[in-house]
Each structure stands twice: as structure tokens, then as C-alpha cells.
Design a protein around this ligand. Sequence first.
Ligand SMILES: Nc1ncnc2c1ncn2[C@@H]1O[C@H](COP(=O)(O)OP(=O)(O)OP(=O)(O)O)[C@@H](O)[C@H]1O
Length: 441
Amino acid sequence: MWGKIREELRQRVGKNNYVTWIEPLRLADLRNGVARFEVPTTFFGDWVSRNFADHICSHLNNSGQSVDRVEFSVTARAPVAAKPVAKPVARAAEELPGAPLDQRFTFETFVVGKPNELAHAAARRVAEGGPVTFNPLFLYGGVGLGKTHLMHAIAHELQARQPELRVLYLSAEQFMYRFVQALRERQIMDFKELFRSVDVLMVDDVQFIAGKDSTQEEFFHTFNALVDQNKQIVISADRAPGEIKDLEERIKSRLQCGLVVDLHPTDYELRLGILQTKAEQYRQQYRGLVLAEGVLEFLAHRITTNVRVLEGALTRLFAFASLVGREITLELTQDCLSDILRASDRKVTIEEIQRKVAEHYNIRLSDMIGPKRLRNIARPRQIAMYLAKQLTPRSLPEIGRRFGGRDHTTIMHGVRKIEELMSTDSQLSDDLQMLKRVLQA
Ligand SMILES: Nc1ncnc2c1ncn2[C@@H]1O[C@H](COP(=O)(O)OP(=O)(O)OP(=O)(O)O)[C@@H](O)[C@H]1O
């Protein structure tokens, strides 16, 4: 009887839905008006219950059974259960709605140094495939520090090792776009099915979905469904999960469940390593160009913002030298890159610190310099004092003057207070890290 009803359901829900959601159901029991089905996972049961329970119920009734309710319980036989949700709809990886991968972003071209060694090691581990050890892998760090590069490298490596794997890489913005498109075209089931049928899902810049309620909701369910199926997820963002404003708490907590790794700002050695690797490529491209000693060291020393800027500077330098047919000397470098060098020399100002801190804690800028002593104002003010001391070369009396003419002992007290709290208050120390990153970007 169930075989016949399944056939009818296939006509009703379509082939893809049938293969994904109906075929795996096992009718375990039917009595007292209740049809009980075995399902592979709780998520699976919830999904079928929300979307197909009414169809199932009506087809059972039409076939002469008297059924008021369908129930789903997770089967004890996990290996059999895993089969249907794995790859019911055999689609080639190239059919997936992902973003194209940059061929240059591989592990071979990624230079490893202290600031990124943990992120690199974790990415390598995921790229090996095999049993999922941490889910998700969450990579975060400031602008242009190599998050996208590492994600593409994982995808390349996985595809080289296991070409049959369905690896889907896309930005959070594209995820939202696909979702909205599916809603508009009434293809939401296809959307869900597609995203739940991948083996590896990679979502770049996840902070983008913060504050976008329906997209967050859909992302949350996709995430759970894949974790439920033990499929690998890799996520990147410009800050740690807990620091992403307007991201639902339940998503934050899921994102923190796996391995969260930070790509730290580059240090001199890493920058020099990256420049040497890129310069080697350019030497091959622009044969005959001479690069004077000390140029790369000079750039590694002066351009500290991010790797994208560093790369851009080197590209421009080689292109310029080749156009004018001159050796790349320090002098040519300073001429050609004067704007980038000037921008890199930019120092953080006390006003900028006050503005960012006020924005972050949602207080008025005028409260930074005003007399209010309420804790929700006084604490951010002390944080701004601490950052002013850390990030600018200004003396305590000078900082005091910029904070509404306060005495230098008040500034000293504020700085000490924050130093003390940093070791006990993890929220505060996260806030500080994030503010420093934003201010130094
Ligand atoms: N360690 C590295 N070795 C080699 N190239 C690197 C490294 N880190 C970054 N890059 C290069 O710097 C550029 C910017 O990197 P990427 O796009 O991955 O940054 P991102 O962290 O994703 O930045 P965003 O937050 O802006 O998306 C890329 O061209 C990338 O190849």
C-alpha cells in the first residue's frame, strides 16, 4: 500500500522532492489513526512534517486508511538512514550556483607566516577531506588578509582530490540573492534541496546577512541540515561570530561550535615573504626587468595595511617600470607609489577613536568629552582613552585635553581600569580587538 502511495506522491511533489524527502521514509507503524514513519535525522523529520505531512495524510486516507496524524521518529539504523540524504539528485558540481573560483588562489601561492599559520593549517586539514573534525571552520580577520584565498584553496584542493565531491562556494550576498530569487520565482523547494545536497558549503563574508531576517532564517536551516548530515561547512567573516552585530544569537552560537580561527594582521616577515613570491612571478612575466636590492624590504616595512594593497603596489611598480623601461630602484618606487605610501603613513587620530567607540557602544560623540559619569558612558570613554594611549603617540596630558580637558591622572586611571578588566571580561577584550582592527584597517 505504501509503495502505491509513494508512486502517487512522486507525481504530486515532483521527482527531486520525491527522491530527497519521500523515498527515504519508512512506514514503521499504522494504527489508531496515526501513521509513524522512520526518518534518518530529526531535521529530516521536521522538514517532511512541515512540508509533506498533509500530502501524505491525504493520500493515505484516499487509499482507504483512516489517518488523522503522521509522526516521524529517527531510525536506529544510521548507516541505511544516511543514504537517501547524501546525494539523491546527481548533479554535476558545475551545475551548482556558486561563485567561480580564482585559479590563482591555491595553497601553493599562499605564503604562510606566524599571523596566518593556524588558519592555514586548519584550511589544509579541511582540504584533505575525510571525516569532518570541526564543523564549521570559521575563518575571520581584517580586510585583504587572505580569507577568500584560503577558501578557494580548500575548494581547489578538494576538487583535485575528490572530483565527484559537490563543493559549493559563494558569498553571503550571493546566498541572499539566490534565496530572494527563489522566493520570487516560487522555487524555494528547489533552492532548499540544492543547498542541502552539497557535500561542502563555503560562505564568504557571512557578516553580510546580519540584520536580514529571512536570509538568516534560511541560512540557519541550511546550516543545521548540512551539519546534521555531517557535511563540511566553511565560513568567513571580517570579525569573530560573537562580534557580528545584528546576527541572531542562535546563528552566532552555531558558528562558534566548530573551530574559529583568526587571521592576524601581517607582520614584516610575512609581508616580505609575500612580496618575494609575487616579485618572482613578475620577474618571469617581465623578463629583463631589474629589481634593485632593498626595494621589497622597503615596501614590506612601509605598507602595513593589508596584502591586497601590498600586491597592488607591486603590480603597479612592475607595470610602470616595464612601461618606462627602467630599473626598479628605491627612487622609482617612491615616485611611482607616492599615494599608497602616503596613505600607509596615515595615523589613527583621537577623534577617529572617539567616533568609532561612540558608534560601537551607541552613545553620543559629545559624551566622550562630556562630564557624565553613568557607567554606560564612562566605560566606553575609558575604552577610548585606552585606545588613544595604545594607537596614537600622544602623551597623557594631550589625550586628557582631547577628552574635554581632563587631567592626565584621569586618563591614566581609565587606561589602567581597562587593562585590569581585559583579563577578566572577555566581552570587553573582544570589543577592544575588534575596535583596534577597524581603526587600523
Ligand atoms: N598569505 C598570503 N599569501 C599570498 N597571497 C595572499 C596572502 N594573503 C592574502 N593574499 C592575497 O591578498 C589578496 C587579498 O586576499 P583575500 O581576497 O583572500 O582577502 P580577504 O581576507 O578575503 O579580504 P576581504 O575581507 O576584503 O574579502 C589576494 O590577492 C590574495 O591572494
